[in-house]
Write a protein that binds this ligand. Structure first.
Ligand SMILES: Nc1nc2c(ncn2[C@@H]2O[C@H](COP(=O)(O)OP(=O)(O)OP(=O)(O)O)[C@@H](O)[C@H]2O)c(=O)[nH]1
Ligand SMILES: [Mg+2]
Length: 304
């Protein structure tokens, strides 16, 4: 078991911000070395702040995964984007992730513009270098640095882990002196029941198409440790309409069964015990305007 070193320690917060799909959550999991936040090929997967904790030398790095920043339309979008900038506000260092394949598109440009007002040291992380030519990366690094002052620029692949250790080593030196805020072995501060709900939501994002993932949310309703060492978990998937409920269930329940099987396997891995997972699908019209759902996600409820 890792121990907090006796010498001087450092500890601080690093916010990972960027456009939807830039790879923030993938990077967080790679930085921490364990799955603490969910990932999908779709945009707007992450809905709230998720912390992942890593130790490098004498420093404890607390990374904060944030929802992608985009032009919000719905109430939930607004809550997500507000939460992302809130995460940046509270951090010691703000790391901007840019999908190097996309480059400085309109979305990235508008984040850069607002980032100018952020007072903390900023880091530029050009991500997805595994699929981009080196020349393009250099041009991109220059273009972004011409716009605002970054303390440093790194080229990484969150997927392969390329360059990620360099980022950690650099950040470890930047953290303020102070005691570690979490036990040395802790990788996440989210309760397991929350991660379990997120894992099921990840499977929804990966399997369902078009608007449906965005009109659904998942909550863990009950978590009972059984005497045989297994756990019985009940979760509710909320959707907006009856027609959506039918799609989530699938023909003869095939879709929900597949989602449940995938989620159960992964929840068992993080819970480190056998899991009995029971999924219910409920229609809750306008859940996107229901303050209770926001509370359960850990989001502020925007007034409009
Ligand atoms: N090739 C490649 N793909 C990556 C890399 N990092 C992330 N991806 C892929 O990009 C997609 C989005 O990744 P996420 O980590 O969910 O992105 P995000 O920034 O958290 O997205 P939101 O939560 O929606 O804001 C997924 O399909 C990832 O597998 C990378 O370094 N290389
Ligand atoms: Mg994410």
């Amino acid at each position: 078991m890792a121990e907090q070193p006796a010498e001087e320690t450092r500890c601080g917060f690093v916010a990972l911000i960027g456009a939807p799909n830039a790879g923030k959550s993938t990077l967080l999991n790679t930085l921490v070395g364990s799955k603490v936040t969910i990932v999908s090929h779709k945009v707007q997967t992450t809905r709230t702040l998720v912390r992942g904790i890593a130790v490098t030398g004498n420093a404890q790095l607390i990374f904060v995964d944030t929802p992608g920043i985009f032009a919000p339309r719905r109430r939930l979008d607004r809550a997500m984007v507000t939460s992302a900038w809130g995460g940046a506000q509270d951090a010691d260092v703000v790391a901007l992730l840019v999908d190097a394949r996309k480059g400085l598109d309109e979305e990235a440009e508008s984040i850069l513009e607002r980032l100018k007002e952020v007072r903390q040291p900023k880091l530029l992380l050009l991500n997805k270098v595994d699929v981009v030519e080196r020349e393009k990366l250099l041009g991109l690094a220059k273009a972004a640095n011409d716009k605002i002052t970054f303390a440093a620029t790194f080229m990484v692949s969150a997927l392969t882990g390329d360059g990620v250790d360099d980022v950690k080593r650099y950040l470890a030196e930047q953290m303020p002196s102070g005691p570690w805020l979490y036990p040395p072995d802790q990788m996440s501060d989210a309760p397991l029941r929350q991660l379990a709900a997120e894992i099921t939501r990840e499977k929804l994002f990966q399997r369902l198409h078009q608007e449906l993932p965005y009109q659904s949310t998942v909550e863990t309703e009950s978590w009972k440790d059984l005497r045989d060492g297994s756990v019985r978990i009940e979760q509710t998937i909320y959707v907006e309409r009856e027609s959506q409920r039918k799609i989530v269930l699938g023909k003869a329940g095939a879709t929900i069964k597949a989602i449940g099987a995938e989620a159960r396997k992964e929840i068992a891995e993080v819970a480190e015990k056998p899991v009995h997972l029971f999924l219910f699908v409920k229609v809750r019209e306008g859940w996107g305007d229901d303050p209770e759902r926001y509370r359960s996600m850990g989001l502020e409820f925007p007034k409009e």
